[in-house]
Structures are given as structure tokens and as C-alpha cells.
Design a protein. Structure first.
Lengths: 323, 550
């Protein structure tokens, strides 16, 4: 048994004596009774082994955990990078192209506009068949990009959009109500190419978030799991589909006129409706129409005033383009 | 004889070295002392139990009568660096009490003593070696423990002194032609051994682990402006030098083995290992210390005599049939008591004689007997005798019986005690031994005492002893001288000066008077002196009685 006290340069006899001095030699170990020093040695050895085992276990567990964290981080980074790669430059800049148009519509109304491309027969259908995003909200709720985002999140594919794309046969209340009911019941498949602006705005906001930085800053597995959960919420396909929209269809409700409101809050007011060709960078349509639920029967007004008004407004817009 | 590893023992007393101490027991004691700094008198214990060379002498037959213990304590003293040496008196007495039976041993010692007396340089070296051995003993026995709290430092100091001792032995006794050369042989043998090389390496390691080269720049104001370490170079050639990492691992190893976790513990283990290797040689120092005391003590005795205007010598050893001569013999016990020792000459035509010494009281007879006895003991031990020149024959034994004080537990009267002494004398007296008897048969009436005296002397002559006997039976002695019936009987008397006072010299013949009257007058025991004392006492008592009545 060797010892760290001895060196190669020492005489073997000296080495033997050093080993004997510290109890490392066979002679010292021959004692039948356990000496106090041997007992101390055993106790210290046991403590040292235990501590070493604990430390080694902790070290290994930590190492394994860190490997797991590293692996999770790499996977997340891979996902983040893959998601980022899915977006084209046009898609990334989608909102920067949309927002100026919306902000422009909120100012003083510039008068009705119907582009030449829409005047021809069936040209509106052709235009509306193109991929589009839709947003509707109070005029005052579009004052800034943040406000636009909030408004977009509250804006749904309502009866105005659905009837614009798939109008009822006539403006008769019964027909319009039936159409609205049919569309709300899921009969609006023809309008799938028109997406909510929120899908583009919200999706891009998530996709363009500095995920890589967040992933890299995460030190613990639970942080990465949180990131992964957040990243899972991003609907990439929907975002891409929305961000590829060629048209912006925007509707802005001007303040209500005085008078009693219906149960769903609908009152007579002006609505600005615009269709913008985002690819061409050109407004195709800008009209200002009045909606008023007074034309509806009382039974309809109590439940569907806004929806029927919206659908009727769509017919009015389409009618305005035709004129 | 050789040591435990077959190594030469530095025995200065015997031509063939003898391990007189119990080496195994001493080794254990030395290990304990080295480790603890507390020995409980390791050297003294070892020497108390040590044996001496075979001897035919029986100390109980003479030692107390010759005050040997006092003689060694007072006459063998010597000073080193202005301080009185602390002698191992008991062992020195043992060495003198039991002189070696082998004449070769006596001769061996005589040659060493002669060389030391002739060479002040060798004596100085031996004194220096003794001084180192005393330092070694003091460190080992913990005499300096109060000043050395660091156990490693203390042990290293012991090893440093041990190395100095070995080096001194190896290098300073090259000129020795006597048995002192055993010191050189021993020192050189140890120097060539592995334990010594390890010792030297360890001490170098302790004082020279590394060399650090510094560059110091001093400004005009004398202050240090820059302090750069140019290089650090470890003494890699030294086998004890290891890397810092290895030293750390060694500390951990020691900790796990139950030792302390510290750099000091590493050094402690290394010191232990080195000491373990040297132990067989270091044990020899115990015996060597007293051997040196034996010779330095003898030289100290020589110095003491010379300071008193007396001379000592190594006697010429002759056979018992040759002339005995002790020129200017003196009693060293007189010197230690501050008295004046008057040297005298004692000559007999041969040793195997019975010398009857007669003379007045306080004439120096008993002192002569002591001087003769001490001279014989010292001669037998191979040392200087208290005489300017001497021719002496070695004797196979010595019996001394001087007048002793009455003891409280004594069951016999004075004659009875004397008769017991005579009986004991014959029980243990070998042929040719020296016999010294003071005032034989003085405890009974002269006529009966003379009969016993004559019987004893006659019987003694059959053993051809070297006998010295004092007596106050002057008429009886004169008759023996005149009749010459007993062979080999010689007579010495105290010489008286013109004023009838003893000159403390001795001449052939039988004294005519014991001068008891002179002694009585000198001590105030004449008729007139006693009468005046009686009258004075009566007057004092009467005075006291009258004062009491008043």
C-alpha cells in the first residue's frame, strides 16, 4: 500500500518506515485488536465515503438535470428557429402594412370611394374571393397600433363580413334573418379565406417575440416548460394564412345616434367600411353607411338586431358598389 | 559486541564493544520521550539498570569504607562552558566498584586516558561531543519543553543535535590512536547508512524547501518602491520535496488515516520515519554519555589534583611479585573536604605482602589506607591514581574494613562486630586480593586481641594478599618484627618530626608510641584540663542554686 508522503526519490527503507509510521504497512495492520487510531480512521473513512457519495450523487443528478435542461433548450430553440423560418419577409411586415391604412380611416371621413376595379359586374366577388383579413370596432378604438391590436382581438367574423362574402338573396327581414342564422350556424364555409385581423396580429406578435433570448435565459427546466407552453399557443398555420391576406376589410362604427338601444346594444349609427388592396397598396372601397335597427320587427330586434343590421349593412355596401 | 542491526557500538570502555544498557527497553523509552518530550529520566533509568564488564570485585566489601560515591561526586566533577557537568554518578560508581577482570580492558582504558591527557585538542573535542550529548539528552528528556511548544520544532531540534553528534564523531576524532577511534568509526559508519542520509535530506528539506529570487527596488528616500519575485525554484533534488498537489493529497490521506489535517502532521510523520531509522544508533548515545563522563571525570580529578599542587599518574602495572611503589601518594578525599593532602611515599619490595602500619593517633594511618585503596581502585579501572608515580599490581579483589561508627541496630558489641568482619573477610577473600584493615581487634583487651590478630595475620598470609593493616598493638607488632615468624610481613610506621608530631610520612619499622598523651593534650583531655572543667561546672551549679533561692 503506497502513500502520498513517499516519493520515488526516497530510499525503499525510508518509504517502508513512512508507511509504518502512518499505519499503511502490512505490519501495522496485523494487530488483532482495533486500535483507537484505526477506529478513528474507519469513522473518518465512513464519513468521507458517505459525503463523497452524497456529493457525487448530487453532482450526477445536477449534471443529468443540466443535460435535460440543455436538451430541452435545444429542442425549444429548434422549434423557435423553425417557426421563425416559416415566416416570409412580407408576412413579418404584415402589420406594418396594415396599420397605416387603419389609422388613415379613423380620421375625418374623406368621402365614399369605389375603385374602378370594382365597378365591373362580378368584380366585387372576384376581389372578395382573395385572401383577406377583417376587423370591425368602434372608430375611437383604432387610435394606435396597440389599440388596433386590442380591437382586433375583440373583433370576430361577424354578420357584416359573412354577408359581404355570401349575401342574402334580398333585404327582406325574413331572408336576412334566415341568412344570418344559417351563417352563424356554420354555413359560412365560403368565407374561410377571410380571417380575423387578430389572427395575423396576435400570431405575428407571438412569432416575432424574442423567443430565442427567452429560451437562452431560462436556467431551470420549469422556465423552459413555461416557454414551451407559451410557444405552443402560437397558431403558426393560422397566422401564416392570415398574414398572407391580400385584402384588408375594415369596418369602423361611428358613435351611436341618440335614442333607445336594443337589447344587444344596437342603435342607429354610421359605419365606415373600407376594402384595401394590401398588395397593390390601394383603397378599393370606402363607404359610409347608416345602420338602424328600427326597420326590424320587435321580435328580431330583441335577439338579432346587431347581426341583422350587420348583414343588411353588407347588402347596402354591395349595393353601393353596384351603383 | 554489536548493536541490534550488527552495527558497531561506540563503547569507549572496552576493546570489544559491549552493549551495557538494555537497548530494547531504552529504545522504547527513547521513542516515548521523542514523541512526548517527557522521559522521566530516560538516561538515568537506562544507566541505573546497565551492567558493567565482568568483574571479580565485590563492591559491598569496600565501597562504603572508601566513600566511593562521594569520591566520584566530588573528584570526578568537571566544568563545561563554565557550568558544572551533571554526572551519572551512580553508573560511574558502578564502573569503579566493579573494575574489569580482563587486563586488556584496563589497558584499553589506560591508553585512552593517556591520549586524552596528552592531547588537549582531543580532550576539547571529547568535551564538545559530551556537550552535544548533554544537549541531546536535555531536548529528549524535555528539560527544554517549557520553551518548545511546537512538537515538530522540538523533534527537529533533537535530530539536528543528533546529526551534529554523528558528524562530530565522524570528523573530529580522525587523529585518535587509542580506543577513541571507535567514535570516528561509528560516526563514519552511521554517515554511510540510509537513515543518516534521510536525516540529512529531511533537515535540508526543512530549512530549504525552495529558493525564491527577489528583486527589490529602493527609492531615494530609502523606501521600497518595487518588490518583484523573479523566480521560485523548489529543491527538486531533495527526496522529501513533493508538489503542492501531492502535499494536499498527503494531508487528506493522513486525515482519513486518523491523523490531524495539517502540513505539520506531514512533517511529524516524516520526522517519525527518519527517527525510527536512526533509533538503533541513537540508543548508543546513552551509554556513550557515561563513557565520556568516565574519562572527562578522570581528567577533572587530574585537574583538581594539579590545582592543589599534587600530581596523578597512570600507574605502571606490574606483577604481584614486583616492587610496589606509590610516590607522593595522597588521599583525594582530603581534597574534597578542603583539607591539605600531604603526599607520602609507600614502597614495598613486593605486592604480595602484609604491611602492618603503626603510629600515633591522627598520624594519617587511616588516610593512608583510604589512599591506597582508592589508588588501587582507580588503577584497576584504568584511570589516573592519586600519586605522582606508581607501580601497582592488579588484584583479583579488595576487602576494606575501616573503623565504623556504632549503629543503632547493632546486636553485637564492638569486638563482636570486629569478629563478624573478620569472618566475612575470610568468606569472600580470593588469593592475591588486596586487604585493608584498620585497627584490627581494637575492641577488646590487648592480650586477647593480640592473639586473634596474630591468628588473622597468619591465616591471611596463606592467601598471599596485598594487605595493609593498622594497629595500636605496638609491642605485639614489635615482637612480630623481631621474631619474623610470619613470612612476607612488612612494617611501616608514621614518621615523627623533631617536635614529636607526625609528618604524615611513612618509614619502615614499628612505632614506639601512639602519642596518646599528645593527642589527649591536643584535644584537651589532660588531668589539669579535665579538673578545670569539673571545677567550672560545680561553680556554675552553685551559682544557679543561689539565684533560685533569692
Amino acid at each position: 500500500m503506497g502513500t502520498f508522503l513517499a516519493t520515488d526519490k526516497m530510499h525503499p527503507a525510508l518509504v517502508a518506515r513512512i508507511e509504518r509510521s502512518i499505519g499503511a504497512s502490512a505490519r501495522a495492520a496485523r494487530g488483532k485488536r482495533t486500535s483507537p487510531r484505526l477506529r478513528t480512521t474507519l469513522v473518518r473513512l465512513t464519513i468521507a465515503v458517505t459525503l463523497t457519495a452524497i456529493a457525487a450523487t448530487a453532482l450526477l443528478a445536477r449534471r443529468r438535470y443540466q443535460q435535460e435542461v440543455r436538451r430541452a433548450r435545444e429542442q425549444l430553440l429548434h422549434t423557435v428557429q423553425a417557426n421563425a423560418a416559416l415566416l416570409t419577409a412580407d408576412e413579418r411586415s404584415f402589420m406594418t402594412r396594415v396599420e397605416p391604412w387603419i389609422l388613415g380611416l379613423t380620421g375625418a371621413y374623406e368621402g365614399d370611394l369605389v375603385a374602378e376595379e370594382l365597378r365591373a359586374s362580378q368584380s366585387l366577388e372576384t376581389v372578395l374571393a382573395r385572401p383577406s383579413v377583417y376587423v370591425r370596432g368602434p372608430l375611437s378604438a383604432f387610435g394606435s397600433p396597440a389599440a388596433i391590436a386590442d380591437t382586433a382581438s375583440a373583433s370576430t367574423r361577424d354578420s357584416l363580413l359573412l354577408c359581404l362574402l355570401d349575401p342574402p338573396a334580398s333585404r327582406v327581414e325574413k331572408v336576412v334573418v334566415a341568412k344570418v342564422r344559417a351563417l352563424y350556424a356554420g354555413g359560412g364555409n365560403v368565407s374561410d379565406h377571410a380571417r380575423r385581423l387578430h389572427e395575423a396580429e396576435g400570431g405575428l406578435r407571438h412569432l416575432l417575440f424574442p423567443w430565442q433570448e427567452r429560451v437562452e435565459n431560462a436556467r431551470e427546466l420549469r422556465d423552459l416548460e413555461r416557454v414551451e407552453a407559451d410557444l405552443g399557443k402560437v397558431a403558426v398555420a393560422e397566422t401564416k394564412r392570415a398574414a398572407r391576406a391580400e385584402l384588408l376589410i375594415a369596418a369602423m362604427d361611428e358613435p351611436d345616434e341618440p335614442g333607445p338601444a336594443d337589447l344587444d346594444g344596437e342603435r342607429a349609427h354610421q359605419v365606415r367600411v373600407a376594402i384595401v388592396d394590401l398588395r397593390a397598396g390601394k383603397a378599393l372601397l370606402r363607404v359610409r353607411k347608416r345602420v338602424d335597427p328600427n326597420w326590424l320587427a320587435a321580435s328580431t330586434r330583441s335577439t338579432l338586431a346587431s347581426a341583422v343590421d350587420g348583414c343588411a349593412l353588407a347588402l347596402d355596401v354591395r349595393a353601393g358598389v353596384g351603383r | 559486541m554489536h548493536g541490534p542491526r550488527g552495527a558497531l557500538i561506540p563503547d569507549l570502555l572496552h576493546p570489544t564493544p559491549i552493549q551495557r544498557i538494555d537497548a530494547d527497553v531504552t529504545k522504547v523509552a527513547m521513542t516515548f520521550a521523542f514523541a512526548s518530550g517527557v522521559s522521566g529520566g530516560l538516561f538515568a533509568d537506562a544507566l541505573d539498570k546497565a551492567s558493567v564488564a565482568p568483574s571479580t570485585w565485590e563492591p559491598s566489601a569496600y565501597a562504603s569504607d572508601l566513600f566511593l560515591h562521594e569520591f566520584v561526586a566530588r573528584c570526578f566533577s568537571f566544568r563545561l562552558r563554565g557550568k558544572e557537568a551533571s554526572l551519572s554518578t551512580s553508573h560511574l560508581v558502578k564502573l569503579l566498584e566493579r573494575p574489569p577482570a580482563d587486563p586488556a580492558v584496563v589497558q584499553h582504558r589506560r591508553v585512552i586516558a593517556a591520549e586524552l591527557a596528552a592531547s588537549p585538542e582531543l580532550r576539547a573535542e571529547l568535551e564538545a561531543l559530551y556537550s552535544d550529548l548533554c544537549r541531546f539528552r536535555a531536548l529528549l528528556e524535555g528539560a527544554t519543553a517549557g520553551r518548545k511548544w511546537d512538537a515538530n520544532r522540538r523533534q527537529l531540534d533533537i535530530l539536528v543535535v543528533a546529526k551534529e553528534i554523528i558528524d562530530r564523531m565522524a570528523t573530529r576524532f580522525g587523529a585518535a590512536r587509542s580506543g577513541l577511534s571507535v567514535l570516528r568509526d561509528f560516526g563514519q559508519r552511521v554517515q554511510e547508512s540510509e537513515p543518516y542520509r534521510s536525516l540529512a535530506d529531511l533537515l535540508r528539506y526543512e530549512e530549504h524547501l525552495a529558493t525564491v529570487s527577489l528583486k527589490v527596488r529602493v527609492g531615494a528616500d530609502g523606501r521600497i518602491q518595487a518588490f518583484d519575485i523573479q523566480s521560485v525554484q523548489e529543491n527538486q533534488a531533495n527526496p522529501f520535496v513533493t508538489s503542492p498537489l501531492r502535499r494536499w493529497l498527503a494531508r487528506i490521506e493522513l486525515f482519513l488515516r486518523g491523523y490531524k489535517f495539517g502540513e505539520g502532521e506531514i512533517m511529524a510523520r516524516l520526522i517519525d520515519a527518519v527517527f525510527d531509522g536512526l533509533q538503533d544508533d541513537l540508543v548508543c548515545f546513552v551509554q556513550l554519555l557515561v563513557d565520556i563522563e568516565f574519562y572527562l571525570g578522570a581528567l577533572g580529578f587530574r585537574d583538581m589534583a594539579q590545582a592543589a599542587g599534587l600530581a596523578v599518574c597512570l600507574p605502571e602495572l606490574v606483577s604481584a611479585g614486583e616492587t610496589r611503589a606509590l610516590n607522593e601518594l595522597f588521599n583525594p578525599l582530603l581534597l574534597v573536604h578542603g583539607g591539605k593532602a600531604v603526599p607520602c611515599n609507600v614502597t614495598t619490595d613486593k605486592h604480595a605482602t602484609t604491611v602492618l602500619v603503626t603510629g600515633p593517633n591522627s598520624g594519617g594511618k587511616t588516610r593512608l589506607l583510604q589512599a591506597v585503596g582508592i589508588a588501587q581502585i582507580l588503577a584497576q579501572a584504568g584511570l589516573f591514581v592519586p600519586a605522582r608515580a606508581a607501580r601497582l599490581a592488579l588484584s583479583p579483589g579488595l576487602v576494606v574494613s575501616l573503623i565504623q561508627e556504632t549503629k543503632a541496630d547493632q546486636t553485637e558489641g564492638r569486638l563482636g562486630v570486629e569478629l563478624i568482619r573478620i569472618r566475612a573477610l575470610f568468606e569472600r577473600l580470593p588469593p592475591g586480593a588486596m586487604v585493608i584493615l584498620d585497627e584490627l581487634c581494637s575492641g577488646t583487651n590487648p592480650s586477647e586481641g593480640e592473639e586473634i590478630f596474630e591468628l588473622v595475620v597468619k591465616m591471611l598470609t596463606r592467601l598471599r594478599p596485598q594487605a595493609f593493616i593498622t594497629t595500636h598493638f605496638l609491642a605485639f607488632a614489635a615482637r612480630l618484627e623481631k621474631e619474623r615468624k610470619i613470612a612476607d610481613l612488612r612494617f611501616l610506621q608514621v614518621e615523627l618530626g623533631p617536635d614529636e608530631r607526625p609528618t604524615y610520612q611513612f618509614t619502615p619499622g614499628v612505632a614506639r608510641t601512639s602519642l596518646a598523651g599528645q593527642a589527649a593534650a591536643r584535644l584537651g583531655v589532660t588531668g589539669d584540663q579535665l579538673l578545670s572543667l569539673v571545677e567550672r561546672n560545680i561553680a556554675q551549679m552553685h551559682g544557679a542554686m543561689q539565684n533560685g533561692r533569692a
